[in-house]
Design a protein around this ligand. Structure first.
Ligand code: GLC
Length: 472
């Protein structure tokens, strides 16, 4: 059998501190047996972008605990054969990071740590708005592919690369089993020129450059650890190319497309798009057989999948684990069938920078307060960043038919049944309304899967003897 890796993602502030996370590991391990737990950033940060704005990579944000709490977490995880993956934000830091403050002051050691220009280019940021902002202190403009509080590091400066070699070594020495690498394909700019592409004009000046590949190899190729990249932007084809290019650096690639292509919920948050089942299921069946790609329907960046798809969470689970699925990622609470949160009607209550930006854009475009809030509530990634009711593990654990026990059985099957683990995929039918029929073939065995997102027929898995193994 090929190597299959199950990743369980935890957004720390939804759980508590590192000790609280350690305390829930035995429950998760018992039901799902993940190989790795990926923790979203828990480093010191002003928390403008949910921790993706790091102000010190060596320090833990005080409310999550201290280094000894991280060691404790690693120890508990190891007991259950789980490795901890640390989220490494390479592309940018917080503007509160000491490096940026010194860079702004023209400090000779740090002045080239970020991307500075004497006049701004026409590039746009991924969050909307210009990608260059002015620093009065330095009297120059700096690049930020995300928010203006997240200045882009200058990866053409070897000292920056060296800083991150030290950071990687530090976390490995402290017990991390590997890394999830944020925005991994946009690190180094090839040139700083005016861009021409509509939407993201600067794109081809920083997208998947050979220099970025070299840096990633330098950081990860020789270090013994599991690494999963998050390549952003672009179609799957170029991501496949990125994976090919970086195969010495990464063990797997988190395919954002699997959670975005159905309705653009990851990338476009100004409108509620209908689910495009046919496109989504077709793309999924092309992507799934790639051994290094992940399948994920949820993350900290998207609303909850059962709410988006208006569907029984068990059908989504069947899709995730019955297609060829080499690196599936489960997002905390997904295994409990968690729906979107009841979010506030007041935009001031939203912790996420993105929701506030979307709201402002919608209002500028002339939407009423009510209409803007309706859209924000449906598309906000804050939906998935709420506290999880871990007591559900006990309640659902006791119920034979619960979503949790369904996940548990399905994962066991995915791990132990060779046809499901390694069988070839044959697609028979995909309809616009969301009916998906496919088979898995291994040697002379054929399993048949029927998934129905319309809810009109039962979704089933039938084995080679014609027995119904699953029926929802
Ligand atoms: C990644 C993260 C997202 C964050 C962004 C900027 O896409 O998943 O949450 O906002 O990077 O760091």
């Amino acid at each position: 059998m090929n190597k299959h890796t199950l990743i369980y993602q935890i957004y720390p502030s939804s759980v508590g501190d590192l000790r609280d996370i350690a305390a829930i590991i035995p429950r998760i391990a018992e039901k799902l047996h993940p190989d790795y737990i990926w923790l979203n950033p828990f480093f010191e940060s002003p928390w403008n972008d949910g921790g993706y704005d790091v102000s010190n990579y060596y320090r833990i944000e005080p409310r999550f605990g201290k280094m000894q709490d991280f060691h404790h977490l690693v120890k508990v995880a190891e007991k259950y054969h789980i490795g901890i993956l640390v989220d490494l934000v390479l592309n940018h830091t917080s503007d509160q990071h000491e490096w940026f403050k010194l860079s702004e002051q023209h400090d000779p050691e740090y002045k080239n740590y970020y991307v500075w220009l004497d006049r701004p280019l026409n590039w746009r940021s991924f969050f909307g708005g210009p990608a260059f902002d002015y620093s009065a202190q330095r009297d120059e403009y700096y690049l930020h592919l995300y928010d203006k509080t997240q200045p882009d590091l200058n990866f053409n400066n070897p000292r920056v690369v060296k800083e991150f070699e030290n950071i990687v070594d530090f976390w490995l020495a402290n017990g991390a089993a590997g890394f999830r690498v944020d925005s991994a394909n946009v690190l180094a700019e090839s040139d700083l020129k005016k861009g021409r592409i509509p939407g993201l004009p600067g794109f081809f000046h920083y997208y998947q450059k050979p220099k970025t590949v070299k840096i990633l190899e330098r950081l990860f190729a020789k270090r013994k650890c599991y690494t999963i990249a998050e390549p952003v932007g672009g179609e799957f084809f170029s991501k496949r190319k990125f994976h090919e290019l970086t195969k010495r650096a990464f063990s797997a690639s988190f395919n954002v497309g699997t959670l975005d292509i159905a309705d653009s919920f990851f990338s476009k948050k100004d409108k509620v798009y209908p689910i495009r089942y046919k496109k989504w299921l077709k793309k999924l069946s092309e992507w799934a057989p790639e051994p290094k790609f992940s399948i994920a329907f949820e993350s900290h960046d998207a609303p909850r999948a059962p709410s988006r798809f208006h569907t029984d969470p068990r059908i989504l689970a069947m899709l995730q684990f019955l297609l060829p699925s080499y690196n599936p990622c489960i997002y905390q609470g997904q295994e409990l069938g968690t729906e979107n949160a009841e979010l506030s009607n007041n935009i001031q209550d939203y912790p996420g920078i993105q929701s506030r930006q979307v709201y402002r854009r919608l209002r500028r475009k002339g939407k009423t307060k009510e209409e803007a809030m309706r859209i924000v509530k449906l598309t906000s990634r804050d939906n998935a960043r709420q506290p999880i009711n871990w007591g559900e593990y006990i309640l659902q654990g006791a119920r034979e038919e619960s979503v949790l026990n369904f996940y548990s059985r399905l994962i066991e099957l995915w791990r132990s049944d060779p046809v499901i683990a390694d069988g070839k995929l044959k697609v028979n039918k995909i309809t616009k309304g969301g009916i998906f029929d496919f088979e898995r073939h291994l040697n002379s065995k054929i399993y048949k899967v029927h998934l129905d997102f319309t809810g009109k027929t039962k979704s089933t898995l039938i084995d080679d003897k014609g027995e119904i193994v699953i029926k929802v």
